[in-house]
Design a protein around this ligand. Structure first.
Ligand SMILES: [Mg+2]
Length: 364
């Protein structure tokens, strides 16, 4: 068996061959809003053809596994309900274990929340006066004042507040929009009670997906550091971060250790290609044509692109070199990174990644 991947070692064989199961996050990975990320359905079909199995693990609680599977199938990623794990299911399992089958529970969120509670043998109630012993809150576009007020009253009356997830945002073609975490925050700000969170990064969903698929070498593929990547680490799985969702390069570079992915790519199409290693060279770290070196100014990196190298890579080799260099320097905590460009190519990349001003001059 090959050693576990890391951003430094890359993946010499394509992940579709190096791992047996991909545990895919959905929003920001397979689709953004209603539409597939371009190229990803075809890439997933090729990964399956190469022998990789797929499981779908979503913190979005609004829809049932059946609805999610139908959406995936319509986008060209054939899936059955059993291939999908939602955070509503995870919350329902936790609540049934905690409070017993038949317990009265008030759902807040889309249809997927109530459906999961019923499927787990819990009794769904609509009002605080019905005496719920728990409130399970998940994402739903229809959540508004009336549902939030009901939740506040129930929690104040002693019901346990359970959140399917606390993602503050969801990705959309219009940029980040309010996620379940923002709505959970409304309830907890009034009740003063911290919710019990059952979705990612809690490892239960990834562990359940590993159990169902019998994965021996799973790879979590996600777009979010504090749920997908941290959840993978807590489940003991390798992780691949894709940049088609809510994480941008500046956020990634500053990530604390538990949020650092093992692999990085523009999108999930990278399941089909090798991932480059980051090598130590004189005075710095190099990936492909790109080198990150300590600059003269304290705590600053100098990024350069070697114009004599013709292989452009996937456009992220400079970011890989920076991440490995910066994370080595900050093994225990996330830290702000200052990066200067040594040449116009590096300057353009840094501007695109949102890493500081588009410095054009050389620092050397
Ligand atoms: Mg996502």
């Amino acid at each position: 068996m090959s050693p576990p991947p890391s951003l430094a070692s890359g993946s010499p064989t394509p992940p579709s061959g190096a791992f047996d199961v991909a545990l895919l996050d959905l929003d920001g990975v397979v689709y953004v809003g209603p539409d597939a990320v371009p190229g990803v359905p075809d890439a997933l079909a090729s990964a399956r053809a190469a022998g990789m199995r797929l499981g779908f693990v979503t913190n979005n609680a609004a829809r049932t596994p059946d609805e999610v599977a139908g959406h995936l199938t319509a986008l060209g990623v054939p899936a059955g309900a059993g291939d999908v794990i939602t955070s509503s299911q995870a919350a329902a399992t936790v609540v049934a274990d905690l409070l017993g089958a038949g317990a009265a529970v008030l759902p807040v969120g889309g249809a997927g929340v109530a459906a999961a509670l019923t499927a787990a043998g819990l009794r769904v109630v609509a009002r605080a006066e019905d005496g719920p012993v728990a409130v399970v809150q998940g994402y739903g576009r229809e959540v508004g004042w009336a549902q939030l007020a009901e939740a506040v009253v129930a929690v104040r009356n002693g019901a346990r507040h359970v959140a399917t997830n606390t993602d503050a945002t969801i990705p959309s073609p219009r940029g980040p929009l309010p996620g379940n975490g923002a709505m959970v925050g409304v309830v907890s700000a009034i009740t003063g009670q911290a919710p019990l969170v059952t979705g990612k990064p809690d490892p239960a969903m990834h562990a359940e997906c590993v159990r169902r698929t019998g994965a021996r070498r799973p790879l979590v593929v996600g777009d979010r550091l504090d749920t997908d990547i941290e959840g993978a680490r807590r489940a003991g799985a390798a992780s691949l971060l894709v940049l088609t969702g809510v994480t941008d390069p500046a956020i990634l570079l500053e990530a604390p250790p538990q949020h650092r992915p093992d692999l990085l790519s523009a999108d999930a199409g990278s399941l089909l290609v090798p991932h480059p290693a980051v090598d130590r060279v004189a005075g710095g770290l190099r990936c492909g044509a790109w080198t990150a070196r300590p600059a003269e100014a304290e705590g600053t990196w100098l990024l350069s692109a070697d114009a004599s190298t013709t292989d452009p890579g996937d456009g992220l080799d400079g970011l890989r070199a920076l991440c490995v260099a910066h994370w080595e320097r900050h093994p225990d905590d996330g830290a702000r990174a200052r990066v200067l460009a040594a040449d116009p190519v590096a300057a353009a990349a840094l501007a695109e990644w949102g890493l500081g001003p588009a410095a054009t001059g050389s620092e050397q």
